[in-house]
Design a protein around this ligand. Structure first.
Ligand code: SF4
Length: 467
């Protein structure tokens, strides 16, 4: 039996980074977004919620999208809305409250929550009184369990001490701060000037208020970045001792993300330089005692993600890696995504449509997908590989009453290259991704994706690059 414990990070050689860098899904869901259709509509979503409501004892995961930002950063690919007037926010909060009520009604008393996440946009663009209104509405209908993970994304440029005091009082225990890069030239080139001291102060506020987890988000592959400047950013990040750090690859897709046209192409690092940036992150975080979680996260050894990964219990959903995933994830707010009763469902990403639908007493669901048996099987395999770097044939056959070898005959042949490059090992029972293979885990997972070949043929540039 292969040991499931976490081994140390291995810095990936450049030639392998080059060999495996290609467009591919991040697998925050399976099936991935291009497979969802508008045939999954509000009516189907309502039925999925009603069905989920029958599991009264099971707690829920909730995601709430607050899309507002002061100004759009050039690199940003999130669903963001820049309010010209404060009433835009007031109108949104009113609609969100209606959606909370309608969702809770459909769930019919299933109201315990073990995971709540606010994403954006910048959730703390809301003032404390505005946020209070949202939290009051949520807590009127949902009960946050004492053990719940309550997390939020914040932008240090707009988040005040008052926000931190409020969030701690309302039970928030994990905070993610967008940093991207501490270098002033890089910051200017991405339209996001955020002095180091501002971030440092926010980390201190969070610690003072007793947040159990402080995460920082970096991005590599941004304009003007080089190994020297990025090393400095990483060292400053390590100096703040966050519990977790996400080091995302910059997905430059200007034809899809209009604001990225403001990025000067000649300032972007070459692919070779981009790989070196990631190597630098792996090396410095590993030397500082962080463990690599999945392909692009690093966490301290005593962090619950590291411990869960070591035990093969790490999970992943739209909110990222987690140990607290519930059987159903309910999304609320513009563009939010949920997974309810085995169906993926997404709200409209258009503000007018979202407001009109919710204010008319409807759900704002515009697309989704009811997972088939095959989807469920592949989701299990992809998730096991992405999160815990293993696939246990015995667990697979026990769960699905199927032979892994027979079900994935074709896919297994495609794994050959990963064995040859020492990214996978196999003891006959467990397939395990090696420490080197972690960086390429998206590529390995792609082998088990039942939709990918068709998607690539139809729309080759749908996904960001894997490295
Ligand atoms: S603050 Fe965050 S969400 Fe808002 S535009 Fe910048 S990166 Fe995007």
């Amino acid at each position: 039996m292969i040991n499931k414990t976490v081994s140390n990070t291995v810095v990936a050689p450049l030639e392998l980074l080059q060999k495996y860098d290609r467009p591919g899904p991040r697998y925050t869901s399976y099936p991935t977004a291009p497979s969802w259709t508008d045939e999954f509509d509000a009516e189907k979503y309502y039925k999925a919620l009603q069905k989920a409501g029958k599991n009264t004892k099971e707690p829920l995961s909730l995601y709430v999208h607050l899309p507002f930002c002061e100004k759009r950063c050039y690199f940003c690919g999130c669903n963001v809305f820049i309010p010209r007037r404060r009433e835009h926010i007031t109108d949104y909060i009113s609609a969100l409250k209606l959606e909370i009520t309608k969702t809770a009604d459909a769930l019919n008393g299933r109201n315990k929550v073990q995971q709540l996440h606010f994403g954006g946009g910048t959730p703390t663009h809301l003032s404390v009184p505005e946020f209070t209104e949202v939290m009051d509405a949520l807590q009127e209908r949902f009960i946050l369990l004492d053990t719940a993970e309550i997390s939020i994304e914040v932008d240090p440029r707009v988040t005040t001490k008052e926000h931190f005091v409020f969030l701690a009082k309302r039970g928030f225990n994990r905070i993610s701060m967008g940093v991207q890069d501490f270098n002033a030239d890089v910051q200017k080139s991405i339209g996001r000037v955020q002095p180091y001291d501002r971030t440092k102060r926010c980390v201190e506020f969070a610690r003072e208020q007793g947040f159990k987890g402080v995460n920082l988000d970096l991005i590599y592959g941004l304009p003007k970045q080089n190994v020297e400047t990025f090393s400095d950013t990483i060292k400053k990040t390590i100096g703040l001792r966050p519990d977790r750090v996400a080091v995302y690859s910059f997905a430059f897709l200007p034809t899809r993300i209009g604001n990225q046209k403001l990025i000067k192409v000649d300032q972007l690092p070459t692919l070779q330089e981009k790989y070196r940036l990631f190597n630098t992150a792996q090396k410095l975080f590993s030397e500082a005692g962080y463990e690599q979680i999945g392909m692009d996260h690093f966490a301290l050894p005593d962090d619950e993600l590291t411990i869960a990964q070591g035990k093969g219990k790490l999970m992943r959903n739209f909110m990222g890696y987690t140990v607290n995933k519930a059987t159903d994830l309910v999304g609320m707010g513009i563009s939010s995504i949920g997974l309810v009763s085995g169906a993926l469902a997404q709200n409209s990403s258009d503000m007018d449509t979202y407001l009109a639908k919710v204010n008319a007493g409807e759900y704002a669901t515009v697309r989704g997908l009811q997972l088939s048996d095959d989807d469920v099987i592949r989701e299990y395999v992809i998730s096991s590989i992405m999160c815990n770097f293993i696939l246990d044939r015995n667990e697979f056959s026990e769960r699905f009453k199927l032979s892994f070898e027979e079900y994935f005959k074709g896919a297994i042949e495609e794994l050959e290259t990963f064995f040859d490059d020492a990214m996978l090992v196999d003891d006959g029972t467990v397939l395990q991704v090696t420490a080197l293979g972690r960086t390429f885990v998206r590529n390995i997972a792609m082998v088990f994706d039942g939709y990918l070949k068709k998607q690539e043929a139809e729309k080759p540039l749908t996904f960001s690059r894997t490295i």
